[in-house]
Design a protein around this ligand. Sequence first.
Ligand code: P1T
Length: 380
Amino acid sequence: MKFGTQAVHAGVSPDPSTGAIMTPIYQTSTYVQESPGKHKGYEYSRTQNPTRDALQHSLAALENGKHGLVFASGLAAIDAIIKLLKPGDEVISTNDLYGGTYRIFKKVFEGFGIVFHFINMQDTAEIEKAVSEKTRLIWIETPTNPMMNVVDIAAVCQLAAKSKIMVAVDNTFATPYLQRPLDMGADIVMHSVTKYLGGHSDVVMGAIVVNDNVLHERLAFLQNACGAVPGPQDAFLVLRGIKTLHLRMDRHCLNGKIIAEFLRSHPAVDKVYWPGFSEHPNHHIAAKQMKDFGGMISFTLKDDRLEAAFAVLEKFELFSLAESLGGVESLCGHPASMTHASIPKEEREKTGVKDSLIRLSVGIEDAEDLIEDLKKALGG
Ligand code: P1T
């Protein structure tokens, strides 16, 4: 089945009791049992819920995986993955990644004895150097948030397989429409569903998709045992969002390209970070592993003072200044003071997250209107 058909149909079938075409919101915490242990497959909604089940099946199909699990947020999904590890285990991670991921690694799990190495994963030699006999997991985010670096998923998976190290990919920026990490050899794919999968900035949710049955069993155990599950109303909203994922992503990519090119030619702009440019250092990898280049763009100003970035951000009218990304509406953000403020300044600046860096989540509006807004904000 092709992607668009999967997006509309995968995981959902008419409700067996009424024939409802849309999966109902099973707003219930518990289910009646005929006799202890004799029930219809559902006992308690932390453990299973039919609306959540439909979403989990849909997400698994979209990632071409066997099992899907959803969580109360992207960070709750990351939390479950790191809980697969034990004190003393080591993780190698991209050094440019969402600030909240860095924060849970450093400020939560380091306290439990897990060791994290943050490296430049665009250079496979760096990964080889960081691997030890204690390495259990390689954490990839690609494209990275906010610098739009691209990591070669297949190359990292090949290297990891030699030492039987698990690979997890945060696929939030690309979505399964643009990139399917399990097909490239990854063991785990993770999402902040809050973003493109939900697509309408009305839900906070996370997801994990895997192929391996044992890994799924352990993660499902953690989902139930730790309890960070989303409610059925949110599962319904994401099921609805997913039905247009392919259409939305095509428009995000098209608008992204138009805006990246506009920014590149604007006199007030210094650098534009977008993997679709042939001069992007990892463009060839992006072209190999992604169907298109997405609608996330970061750029710096020639005037590299914090105040200059703030002045631009305050002038936007259509682009709303807000955390998050991946909704139908365009957003702008200031990583250094917003999404990546939890990363120490000197660490952040090593990867290029300067005070003048602005991040855009380009929505699905008419590109001409977005360009007009950019002209007003940047001048000229
Ligand atoms: O916000 P939450 O659903 O918990 O997801 C966390 C997360 C994980 N991975 C990536 C790549 C992310 O971008 C995020 C959340 N990011 C933002 C809120 C942001 O504005 O970048």
